[in-house]
Structures are given as C-alpha cells and as structure tokens.
Ligand binder design. Sequence first.
Ligand SMILES: CC(C)(COP(=O)(O)OP(=O)(O)OC[C@H]1O[C@@H](n2cnc3c(N)ncnc32)[C@H](O)[C@@H]1OP(=O)(O)O)[C@@H](O)C(=O)NCCC(=O)NCCS
Length: 178
Amino acid sequence: MYRLSPETDADTPEVEALLDLCFAPGRTALSSYRLREGVAPVRELCLTLRAGASNGGGSAGVLLAAIRYWPVRVAGQKVLLLGPVAVHPTAQGEGLGGLLMRESLSLAAAMGWQRVMLVGDAPYYSRFGFSRLEGVEMPPPTNPDRVLGLELEPGAWVDLRGTVTRETAAANACPSGA
Ligand SMILES: CC(C)(COP(=O)(O)OP(=O)(O)OC[C@H]1O[C@@H](n2cnc3c(N)ncnc32)[C@H](O)[C@@H]1OP(=O)(O)O)[C@@H](O)C(=O)NCCC(=O)NCCS
C-alpha cells in the first residue's frame, strides 16, 4: 500500500536526501535550480509517496518517491516547471514515477494551470505527452533537446517562445491570469 501526500516541511529533509541519492552530485548547479532560487514551490503539486498506510498524520513509512513543481515565466506567461521527480533506486521501474507524474499533472490541470515544462529525457516523458519545445530557452547550459513541454489546455504552448525566467518572488503562484 502507498500513501500519496503533499510534501510538508517535516518531509523536506527526507526528500532532499532522496534527491541526493537519485541524482549526480552537483544537481543544484543545474540551470533549473537557478529558476527556483528565492521562489516558493507550488505546494499543492509537490507530492511524496510513502510505503505503508496512513498513521494518522505522521510521516512514518519509507519515502519511495517525490515530485516538485515551481512557477516560471516564458514571455510573461505563467508556466509550471516540473521537477525534480525521483523514485528510490530500490523502487524504480514499478510505476511509481508514472503514478506521481499522472497524479500531479491531473491536479495541475484541475488547479487551472495551462502549460507545463521540464528538462529531462524525452524517451521517458513522451509517454505523458511531453514533446520538445521549440524556441523556449532555458538558462545555459541546457541541451535544447531536453527542454520539453505539455499542454494542459489545448494550444497553451502555441506561439509561446522566449527565455524561461524566474517567477518574481512577489507574484502569486496561482495560475489565474496565466
Ligand atoms: C526517472 C524516474 C523518475 C522514473 O520513475 P520510475 O518509477 O522508475 O518509472 P516508471 O516505473 O513509472 O516507468 C518505468 C519505465 O520508464 C522507463 N524509464 C525510466 N527512466 C527512463 C529514462 N531516463 N529514459 C527513458 N526511459 C526511462 C523504464 O525503462 C520503464 O520503461 P517500460 O515501461 O517501457 O518498461 C526514476 O527512475 C528516477 O528517479 N530516476 C533517477 C532520477 C531521475 O533521473 N529523475 C528524472 C530526471 S530527467
């Protein structure tokens, strides 16, 4: 049995440890992290997946996977930046990454977000509908082939081009006006 919950402050050290385990050293030097600095994540979409049943609100149960999202802008438009997503090495290939992806993307659509982007492996993310974003530039160094997008609302990426910029700290992460 699994328990899917929004990430809380109490979860964060464990999530960071999981990310350290799953990614190469120096992960925070990646350009995506520059876009997250000083910006609040989209809390409702940052999810943890633990083994075991609920214990009534505590954080017991081994952390198996986590996903996070931040708001960014492209040409002034609000965009969700997906990532990082990580599954514990002992639980990879069991569908947990897919579960987190589908669950969080469906929540994002229900919240009114129109478009999502990420930097990652197209062979994995294409199964969720992501494809290469032409003309959307991440801060260097980023391989353009890894810049992928998904429309949660039809046409949301059409004609949207430009450099990905950090959300201003003062801006609300709510998608209204996206
Ligand atoms: C990538 C990751 C999140 C996928 O989660 P998962 O629970 O292992 O994946 P799922 O069980 O949902 O899906 C497994 C499928 O994805 C494929 N897959 C996993 N990682 C892949 C990758 N990087 N590229 C292409 N395919 C990949 C597997 O081959 C498998 O394919 P199949 O369904 O055809 O057998 C997880 O493996 C992970 O945490 N990896 C280390 C951190 C990482 O690379 N994060 C993503 C950054 S781009």
